[in-house]
Design a protein around this ligand. Structure first.
Ligand code: PLP
Ligand code: LYS
Length: 441
C-alpha cells in the first residue's frame, strides 16, 4: 500500500493526518493547494546529521541548503537546530537576515554572484563565500577592499565525478556550469591568486556532486579526488585545507522504488573517506562540512489538492485534474520525477484502478503523477501528494497567473500558517497600467 512507504498516520475518522492534525480539516481551514510540513520530521533530520558528527567525535558543520525551501519560519527552525545555512542569492540572504539567522553561520554559493550579492555578504560579515569562478574572486576582492574587511573563502571545484542521478541535477561532472575545474588547472590558478591574499582567507575545498543520490561511492570518489589535489598543493604550495565541504545531495524517498540511506550513514562514510585520505597523505584532519537541503525538508512536506475535472478515455487513460500542478511542483515536468499520493479522506480504501493526476495549467506536460493506483474517486476529494517539501514551494511559479499556495507548519499537534496564500492583488502588484506609464513620461 502506498501509505506504508510514507511516515504518516490515519486518524479515527479514517483521514490522513500530519503531525496529529487531520489533513481534511487543514484543507477546509486553509484551502488548497496547500503545502503542509511536519516540523518534528524536519528537526529529526537536522538532528540526525548533527548527531552523526557528534557520535564520530568529528568536528562537522551541517549547513541547510536553503534553496530547497526558504521561508522565514523554516530558517528559524534551522537556526533553532543550530545548523549553518547556505544561500546562493541576495533573496536567500535577505530571507536569512529576516529570520535573524546568525550571519557568521551563513555561507554564500552561486555560479554568478553579482556585485550587490557580494556587497551584502561582506556588509553582513557572513561566515564564508564559496568561490565558484574568477569573476566571483574579482568581485569579492574589490568589495573587501572597499569595505576594508576580510572573508574566509572555500573553492567550489568540479571533481569530474558523475553521480547516478538525472542529468539536470548532476553537478560534479566536468562539463558543468558550476565550480573551478580541477583537471585543467583552473582551481590551481585560483589558489595561486588567494594564497597569502591580505583579504581572502583560503579555508578549503567544496564539491557538490549532484542531488538525490542513494549511495556513498560518489562522495568517496570525490573525496579521493579532492585529497589527491590537496596532496599536490601541499607539496607545491604548503597549503593544507582546514575544511572539506562535500556538499549535499542525499536522496529521499519519493516512491517505494527509492531506498535512501539514513542521514548518519552518509556522514559515517564521508568521515571514513576523509580519515583514510588524511592517513594516506599524512595530512591534518579537516573540519567536514555538508549541505543537505532535500533530506532536511523533502519528505516532511505534503501537498494537499482538491480533485476537480475527470476525463476518461476508455482503453487509453483516466485523468483527474487538481487545483494546482506545475506551478507548485515543477519537478515531474523538469526531471520526470515520480510521486506517491493518496486520497486523504480515505487513504486506506482498497485501490481499484490506476489514474493519472494532471495539473490545471495550459501545458500537456503539466502532469503530477502518471498511473497512480487509487480507490474510487469523488468530486472534491482531497489528494495528498507525499515528499513535496523540497524544491516545490521554492521553485513555484505564477504560470497562468496561479497564486502560490499557503504553507502550514504542524508542530506539537498544532497547525501554524507560516506563509500566507498569495492573492490576485499580489499577482498584479508590480504591473503598471497604461495610465501609470503615461504619468511617468
Ligand atoms: C552547492 C549545493 N549544496 C547543496 C545542495 C543541496 O542539495 P540537496 O538538496 O540535494 O541536498 C545543492 C543543490 O543541489 C547545491 O548546489
Ligand atoms: N532543484 C532540484 C535539485 C537541484 C538543487 C540545486 N543544485 C530538484 O528539485 O531536485
Amino acid at each position: 500500500m502506498i501509505l506504508d512507504a510514507h511516515p504518516f498516520n490515519v486518524n479515527t475518522k479514517g483521514h490522513l493526518e500530519i503531525g496529529g492534525v487531520d489533513t481534511i480539516e487543514l484543507a477546509e481551514k486553509y484551502g488548497t493547494p496547500l503545502y503542509v510540513y511536519d516540523v518534528e520530521m524536519i528537526r529529526n533530520r537536522a538532528r540526525a546529521f548533527v548527531q552523526a558528527f557528534h557520535d564520530a567525535g568529528v568536528t562537522g558543520k551541517v549547513a541547510y541548503a536553503s534553496k530547497a525551501f526558504s521561508t522565514i519560519a523554516m530558517l528559524q527552525v534551522a537556526k533553532q537546530e543550530g545548523l549553518c545555512l547556505d544561500v546562493i542569492s541576495e533573496g536567500e540572504l535577505y530571507t536569512a537576515l529576516q529570520a535573524d539567522f546568525p550571519t557568521e553561520k551563513i555561507h554564500m554559493h552561486g555560479n554568478n554572484k553579482n556585485e550587490a550579492e557580494i556587497a551584502m555578504a561582506v556588509e553582513h560579515d557572513i561566515g564564508c563565500v564559496v568561490i565558484d569562478n574568477f569573476h566571483d574572486m574579482e568581485l569579492l576582492d574589490q568589495e573587501l577592499l572597499k569595505q576594508n574587511k576580510t572573508m574566509d573563502v572555500l573553492f567550489r571545484v568540479t571533481p569530474g565525478v558523475e553521480s547516478e542521478t538525472h542529468r539536470y541535477i548532476m553537478t560534479g561532472n566536468e562539463d558543468s556550469k558550476f565550480g573551478l575545474d580541477l583537471q585543467n588547472g583552473q582551481a590551481e590558478a585560483a589558489l595561486k591568486k588567494v594564497l597569502g591574499h591580505p583579504r581572502m582567507h583560503m579555508k578549503g575545498l567544496h564539491c557538490h556532486i549532484g542531488s538525490q543520490i542513494f549511495e556513498t561511492d560518489g562522495f568517496r570518489a570525490a573525496t579521493d579526488i579532492l585529497f589527491a589535489v590537496l596532496e599536490e598543493w601541499k607539496q607545491k604550495y604548503q597549503f593544507e585545507s582546514d575544511i572539506i565541504n562535500l556538499g549535499g545531495g542525499f536522496g529521499i524517498r519519493y516512491t517505494e522504488e527509492d531506498k535512501p540511506l539514513p542521514p548518519g550513514e552518509y556522514v559515517k562514510d564521508m568521515i571514513q573517506g576523509v580519515k583514510e585520505n588524511c592517513y594516506k597523505y599524512n595530512m591534518q584532519f579537516p573540519e567536514i562540512w555538508i549541505e543537505p537541503g532535500r533530506t532536511i525538508v523533502g519528505d516532511a512536506g505534503v501537498t494537499l489538492y482538491t480533485i476537480g475535472a475527470h476525463k476518461n478515455i476508455p482503453g487509453v487513460r483516466e485523468y483527474y485534474s487538481v487545483d494546482g500542478g506545475m506551478t507548485d511542483n515543477i519537478r515531474p515536468a523538469l526531471y520526470q520525477s515520480k510521486y506517491d499520493a493518496v486520497i486523504a479522506n480515505r487513504p486506506e480504501a482498497r485501490t481499484e484502478k490506476e489514474v493519472s493526476i494532471a495539473g490545471k495549467c495550459c501545458e500537456s506536460g503539466d502532469m503530477l503523477i502518471w498511473d497512480l493506483p487509487v480507490p474510487y474517486i469523488e468530486d472534491k476529494d482531497i489528494l495528498a501528494v507525499f515528499s513535496t517539501g523540497a524544491y516545490n514551494y521554492s521553485m513555484a511559479s505564477h504560470y497562468n497567473r496561479l497564486t502560490k499556495p499557503a504553507v502550514v507548519f504542524i508542530e506539537d499537534g498544532q497547525d501554524h500558517l507560516v506563509v500566507k496564500r498569495e492573492t490576485y492583488q499580489d499577482i498584479v502588484k508590480n504591473d503598471l497600467s497604461y495610465d501609470e506609464i503615461k504619468s511617468f513620461t
